[in-house]
Write a new protein. Structure first.
Length: 155
């Protein structure tokens, strides 16, 4: 490194920068030193974490957006969503929120096609339970009944 600085000083003297004053010479020296510095090694991009799939067996029931099945407005969820028939929404027990099932998480449910979105919350009394929204189709909800199912989601 010292040899390189001497070379830079020699170049500065040849260009007669020293005669112009110490400030100009110092600026030339610093500028030349930055040219001598090795380029930083390129950084490897940080790999994104792979999604982790979760799986859990829960009790699944079904509900409709009718007033006698809910407290208050049957179309308004605990998260403030307005329900409409055809939406694929599930209500979850509060203990499942701690396990990563929070508002907006998409899950699959064994026995049902497609993805369902967490959009409602059950009351405090329930544990390891989901409630599947089935619009106004009371018959479909009764046919579903209550059963144990495996749900899956990715974090």
């Amino acid at each position: 490194m010292a040899e390189r600085l001497l070379d830079v000083w020699t170049v500065a003297r040849r260009v007669k920068l020293v005669r112009w004053g110490g400030l100009v010479a110092a600026a030339a020296l610093l500028s030349a030193c930055s040219l001598v510095r090795p380029a930083p090694a390129p950084r490897e991009p940080t790999p994104l974490p792979l999604p982790h799939e979760h799986s859990l067996e829960v009790t699944a029931t079904a509900y409709n957006s009718i007033s006698n099945q809910t407290a208050g407005d049957g179309t308004l969820t605990a998260f403030g969503l307005r329900l409409h028939p055809g939406m694929r929404i599930v209500a979850i027990s509060r203990d499942l929120e701690v396990q990563g099932l929070h508002h907006g998480v998409r899950i699959t449910i064994d026995g049902l096609e497609g993805e369902w979105e967490v959009g409602d919350r059950l009351s405090d009394e329930w544990r390891e339970r989901i409630d599947i929204y089935m619009g106004n189709d009371v018959g479909a909800a009764r046919t579903w009944g209550r059963r144990r199912v495996r749900i899956r989601w990715t974090e």
